[in-house]
Design a protein. Structure first.
Length: 277
């Protein structure tokens, strides 16, 4: 089942914000039945920003620098600092979308005091439910981050969704599951057409190109592969699908500015031809 086509609303500007990197990520942690499991690859870590006159939406919030260093992940520039450079103050953001609640997507939520947090009902149930007794699942969740979401829930600042939800013409979220029970992706209209921020429903481009599921922390391999089809089927092209951790995102899309080179790119612009440089 694909996404509905929702006309041609006012385009959003969409930015990928790179906040950390791991240059030695082992492929055996990545793909099921990988042909080179001992090889090391680079894994980048992103948050995203979508903005037009309808509003400002921050998608995922990264992870605190101190926690990253403890996991041998190299912090670059925190997502809040890059948001500030893009003219967005964290305290003014009204809508914060969490694709899922893993540590690298859910840190820093306490820095957005005015925001309503949008998360799938299944994801919050998963992160606080009986599956957390298994270290295979729980290692990717930080209790402090989940506790903050629950505190915001008590304040009426969390909206739990059950499937598709359209915020405004041109931006909607969609439950796909797979990577986690409540994994959701975000569809956004831009001047080059509809793009899908796949988050961890797609870590690297090659997953969907090869039809190969991600192995680490997978809740359901079957749902993960179904999510690939859901993401791919309505897209204008493969270039309209944005994975969560692929360094190729930085090569394919233009930097926001010289000062933010390597830190933020414009996803609403057409991708650039890849070179070997």
């Amino acid at each position: 089942m694909g996404f509905p086509r929702m006309g041609n609303p006012e385009p959003f500007e969409v930015y990928a914000i790179r906040y950390a990197t791991d240059p030695n990520w082992p492929r055996w942690k990545s793909y099921v039945h990988d042909e080179a499991p001992e090889e090391r690859v680079r894994m980048d870590f992103f948050s995203w920003l979508a903005v037009n006159r309808a509003g400002t939406f921050v998608i995922d919030t990264g992870c605190a620098e101190g926690r990253l260093r403890g996991m041998h992940i190299e912090p670059l520039r925190g997502p809040l600092a890059t948001l500030d450079a893009l003219g967005v103050r964290a305290e003014s953001v009204e809508n914060l979308i969490l694709s899922h609640l893993h540590f690298d997507h859910t840190g820093n939520t306490d820095k957005f005091p005015s925001a309503t947090i949008h998360v799938q009902e299944k994801e919050l149930a998963f992160a606080t439910g009986p599956y957390m007794r298994f270290e295979y699942f729980s290692r990717a969740y930080f209790p402090e981050d989940i506790a903050h979401v629950l505190r915001q829930e008590k304040k009426g600042k969390v909206r739990q969704h059950n499937g598709r939800f359209e915020f405004a013409p041109g931006i909607s979220l969609h439950l796909v599951g797979g990577h986690t029970m409540g994994m959701q992706v975000i569809r956004i209209f831009t001047k080059r057409g509809w793009i899908t921020l796949a988050s961890d429903a797609l870590h690297y481009y090659r997953e969907v190109e090869l039809g190969r599921p991600w192995s680490s922390n997978a809740f359901s391999v079957a749902d993960m592969l179904d999510a690939h089809d859901t993401i791919r089927s309505p897209s204008d092209s493969a270039d309209h699908i944005i994975p969560a951790h692929d360094p190729l995102v930085l090569k394919r899309y233009p930097a926001v500015s010289a000062a933010l080179n390597g830190l933020a790119v414009r996803l609403h612009e057409p991708p650039m031809p890849l070179t070997d440089a």
